[in-house]
Structure formats: structure tokens, C-alpha cells
Design a protein around this ligand. Structure first.
Ligand SMILES: Nc1nc(C(F)(F)F)ncc1COP(=O)(O)OP(=O)(O)O
Ligand SMILES: [Mg+2]
Length: 211
């Protein structure tokens, strides 16, 4: 993984798309230039069992076609079963130490909200950290209050080489602020899932530079 892979990190599950089939949205986002994808199938109506696995495999197959890293959120067993490129975990999922042991050198992303959590992520060689929610989000029902870019700026200045992706309410209107604050990339759910023109949205978001 290189820092550019984090540039536009699309996260999606079936609950995030309403107007079109999820796989159509993912393929259009891949064709338009997202740089990384996270399979995040959560919520009361999330797919389960065989339908869940088949949906994950279909997303992974599309990512392979476009040579884009396929990351699984939370579900280590699924990530190992599919041979995913990586796993993303939060503080309430599993202790980072346990994960690293189980996944070997698969990419590991960790959500962090405090300096201690950053140090633990570093201790277990996380490949990137997710910081947020930067702004208010509608995509995560149990999200913490928006933190703004302050913590992001602190982590970037204290750990200049740690790859950071920012998440939470990010779209074309505020993405530049986030890059200026030091994020290597932005993670989005609704900015793409609810876009009326995914290609335009992806092109706009991938063209944003910090300066
Ligand atoms: N899924 C995520 N992906 C990122 C990424 F860095 F990839 F942008 N950052 C943060 C999260 C949130 O992760 P978590 O706190 O476990 O909540 P959930 O499992 O509901 O997503
Ligand atoms: Mg999680």
C-alpha cells in the first residue's frame, strides 16, 4: 500500500445505496477512479449468511478487475476466507494485537480517536489509521461526535510518516480542508452513494490537492 492508495477510499454496504444496485454503484466508482474500497455490510438490514458472502465476493471481484485494494470492515473471518487485501477494525472490534497475529501481513487499518489508540495502532504495525468523524455523518448510527480537523492535525504533526485517512461527512464542499489538515486520503460513503453523477463526484474528489 502507498499513501496514494488512500486518496479516495470508498466505503459501501447494501444499506448505503437506495436508487441503484450496490454493485452498479461500486463499478461506476471503480471506473471513475476511486483508489481503495472497503466492504462494510452493517446495520439492521445487512445481508447475512450466503447472500452476505456472495455480495462480498462480487465486490472483491470488481475490485480485482480494476486493480483496487479490497478491504473488509470488522469481519476478520470473511477477510481471511476471501483472501482480502486488508481488514479495517475499530476500537470496539478486536484488540489490535489479536488481529495482527491472525492476519499476518494483510493490510491493517485501525480507527483511532486518541493518542493512546494511535500508539497501539503503531505498535501493531497498522498500515493506516482512520480518523473521524471529522464532520457530522449520517452513515454510522453509533458515530462519536464530530471532531473537526484538530486531532487529525495533531496526529499528522506527531507522526508525519503514518498514513492517515479521514472519515465522516466528507464531500466536495469540505474535502480540501481535510487534505490541508494533513490527511493522505479521504473516506466517503454517502458522497458517492448518494451522488447523482458518481463520475463527476469521484473526479472532483480525486482532483483535490492540499495546497
Ligand atoms: N469503517 C471505518 N473505516 C475507516 C477508514 F479508515 F477506512 F476510512 N475509518 C473509520 C471507520 C469506522 O470503523 P469502526 O469504528 O470500527 O466503525 P464501523 O465498524 O461501524 O465502521
Ligand atoms: Mg468496526
Amino acid at each position: 500500500m502507498n499513501n496514494h492508495d488512500l486518496k479516495l477510499y470508498f466505503i459501501m454496504g447494501s444499506a448505503n445505496v437506495h436508487k441503484r444496485p450496490p454493485l452498479e454503484v461500486l463499478e461506476e466508482a471503480l471506473q471513475s477512479g476511486i483508489t481503495m474500497f472497503q466492504f462494510r455490510e452493517k446495520g439492521p438490514d445487512a445481508l447475512t449468511g450466503q447472500a452476505y458472502e456472495i455480495f462480498a465476493q462480487s465486490c472483491q471481484k470488481l475490485c480485482k478487475q480494476y486493480h483496487i485494494p479490497f478491504i473488509v470492515n470488522d469481519d476478520i473471518e470473511l477477510a481471511l476466507k476471501l483472501g482480502a487485501d486488508g481488514i479495517h477494525i475499530g476500537q470496539d472490534d478486536f484488540p489490535v494485537a489479536v488481529i495482527r497475529e491472525k492476519i499476518g501481513d494483510m493490510l491493517l487499518g485501525v480507527s483511532v480517536h486518541t493518542k493512546d489508540e494511535v500508539h497501539t495502532a503503531l505498535q501493531y504495525a497498522a498500515d493506516y489509521v482512520g480518523i473521524g468523524p471529522i464532520f457530522a455523518t449520517t452513515s454510522k448510527s453509533d458515530a462519536k461526535p464530530p471532531s473537526g480537523t484538530e486531532f487529525l492535525q495533531q496526529v499528522r504533526s506527531e507522526h508525519p510518516d503514518l498514513p492517515i485517512v479521514a472519515i465522516g461527512g466528507i464531500d466536495e464542499s469540505n474535502a480540501q480542508l481535510v487534505f490541508k489538515a494533513g490527511a493522505h486520503g479521504i473516506a466517503v460513503i454517502s458522497a458517492i452513494c448518494e451522488s447523482v453523477n458518481i463520475k463527476d463526484t469521484v473526479l472532483t474528489l480525486t482532483s483535490i490537492q492540499p495546497s
